[in-house]
Design a protein around this ligand. Structure first.
Ligand code: SF4
Length: 230
């Protein structure tokens, strides 16, 4: 499959009546990132992503996957008997079926979070979902894909995440959040790109600058390394 195929994974399932999603995996793990870090969480990983960040650790979700009805996904999630659910990818919002899936998960009473690249409009996501929206840095290789309008619609409990690949990325992100006073709108997360920035260096940079951001170390990688399905 080429890149164009990956970006149009949803072409057969469009509109509010979408009843299925293309699924890479569903698994139970510890939430390793964002405000809900540490909670046992069911991860629903949808297939496909239109971006190609150089540090991507879920490239195995770009292709393949299996179509599943939304009810099937709900049944698989229920089997884990866990309150927290994270819908992720890939880029889950590249599939129109993601929107009704999020709604159904909320209707079923789960605490639902969504991890999204920031390249797709998040304004139509069910308001009960906590959106965790990336801002891609220059070091990601995908900075031009940022849809900055997304930042305008975030609520205080929602989160913007920067994965930083270098000191230059840190300075870019620092200036970005200061110019927009982003930390007054929502929670800002800074995370070192695994293997590219030392977490201790990033911690020191944040402290030196007195930045009102939360440092994130990917807990699941501390526990299990860079292992798919963890
Ligand atoms: S947006 Fe996420 S899934 Fe897509 S390439 Fe970037 S890191 Fe990987």
């Amino acid at each position: 499959m080429n890149l164009a195929d990956a970006t149009t994974v949803d072409s057969a399932v469009t509109g509010p009546g979408a009843t299925r999603v293309k699924l890479t995996e569903i698994f139970l793990s510890i939430q390793g990132e964002a405000d809900s870090v540490g909670w046992p969480t069911v991860f629903v990983r949808l297939t496909g992503c239109p971006l190609r960040c150089q540090y991507c650790d879920t490239a195995y979700a770009f292709y393949g996957g299996e179509w599943s009805s939304l009810d099937d996904v709900l049944a698989k999630v229920a089997a884990f008997e866990t309150k927290h659910v994270c819908v992720t990818g890939g880029e889950p919002l590249a599939q129109k079926g993601c929107f009704p899936l999020l709604q159904k998960l909320c209707d079923a009473g789960y605490r639902v979070s969504l991890e999204t690249s920031g390249a797709i409009d998040v304004s139509n996501v069910d308001p009960r979902v906590v959106r965790v929206v990336d801002v891609k840095t220059p070091g990601s290789g995908e900075v031009e894909r940022n849809r900055y309008e997304n930042l305008e619609v975030l609520r205080p409990e929602e989160q913007v995440k920067f994965v930083l690949c270098s000191r230059a990325d840190f300075e870019w992100a620092r200036d970005f959040i200061r110019e927009r006073r982003l930390y007054e709108r929502c929670m800002v997360l800074f995370s070192p790109s695994y293997g590219q920035v030392d977490g201790r260096d990033l911690a020191q940079w944040v402290l030196d600058e007195r930045l009102p951001v939360r440092l994130q170390i990917q807990l699941h990688k501390v526990l299990w390394g860079d292992t798919p399905g963890k």
